[in-house]
Write a protein that binds this ligand. Structure first.
Ligand SMILES: [Zn+2]
Ligand SMILES: [Zn+2]
Length: 288
């Protein structure tokens, strides 16, 4: 068995949320790397979705810091970590989107390689009510009970302040009891309920992490055409795809920039999907 520039060995994974369940097999079969969980690393210190702990840096940097913490903890050369962020779509606020980052660090070859994905496939949402029956439609929409929830008392304002009463709730009986407690303590008599976005509580998110892991593996298996370092891949895009009717530049991607993080070599190429002109619907002149 081949694979990641040998000698291959152990790769540290800093997670407390079971991400090895979707990352270990692909890394083994795809690159010959054995995942070992760096359980000493308290990943919550790098920020938590539930808001108790702020991220020390942006998501991409945080991801690298976690991978490096795993490397330090296990005393190995390779590390990997993932990070997620959830919120409204920048253009369509009612539409939630999930963003995931994954970062691979190789101390031996001095490489840091990241992949990023934006997905509309997320159940990220919040709701309030007095009982599970009162929010039954929402519960179905967010995939409860296969997807866990967190809840607190509605504070009468945005509902968002105050400590969480419980997280990782995936049992209807438990939810009934906890919502009753939250309602009792709330000045407006409501429980605030939110999706738990931690990977082990959220199969949809776990699937996104799995897809991104495969993407990273494909990239690591791709050597730089100039220096042969692993990780040749998409590093930038340039907009300006010409309109099919008038030829003016649109905001759609026209050129994809591939690059190497080791030697800095880059190559510009047309879109991989073969699209050479934009639908006039995207044109500022034909469809202002
Ligand atoms: Zn290179
Ligand atoms: Zn046009």
């Amino acid at each position: 068995m081949a694979l990641y520039p040998s000698p291959v060995g152990v790769i540290a994974l800093a997670t407390q949320h079971g991400k090895e369940r979707v990352m270990a097999k692909p890394l083994w079969h795809g690159l010959g790397l054995t995942v070992r969980r760096a359980e000493q690393v308290d990943t919550d210190l790098f920020g938590s979705f539930s808001g108790e702990q702020q991220r020390p840096a942006d998501a991409l940097t945080t991801c690298r810091l976690k991978a490096e913490a795993g490397i330090e903890a296990l005393g190995v050369d390779l590390g990997i970590a993932s990070e997620g962020a959830f919120g409204p779509h920048p253009a369509v606020p009612l539409l939630p989107v999930g963003r995931e980052w994954i970062t691979f660090v190789d101390r031996r070859l001095n490489l840091v390689i990241s992949e990023h994905a934006v997905s509309r496939s997320t159940n990220f949402s919040s709701c309030f009510g007095v009982s599970p029956a009162a929010i039954a439609d929402w519960l179905q929409q967010v995939g409860f009970p296969s997807h866990a929830l967190m809840l607190k008392s509605h504070d009468g304002e945005a509902g968002r302040t105050g400590p969480w009463l419980a997280k990782g709730v995936r049992c209807e009986q438990q939810l009934t009891e906890l919502m009753a407690v939250a309602v009792q303590d709330s000045p407006v008599g409501l429980a605030w309920v939110e999706t738990d976005m931690r990977a082990h509580c959220n199969p949809t998110r776990m699937a996104s992490i799995r897809r991104l892991t495969f993407r990273l593996i494909r990239r690591l298996a791709n050597p730089c055409p100039s220096c042969a370092a692993p990780g040749w891949g998409l590093v930038n895009t340039m907009v300006g795809l010409p309109c099919r009717w008038c030829g003016l530049a649109t905001e759609l991607v026209n050129i994809e920039v591939f690059g190497c993080v080791a030697c800095g070599h880059t190559r510009q190429q047309p879109r991989r999907d073969g699209l050479t002109s934009a639908d006039p619907a995207h044109c500022p002149y034909c469809n202002p």
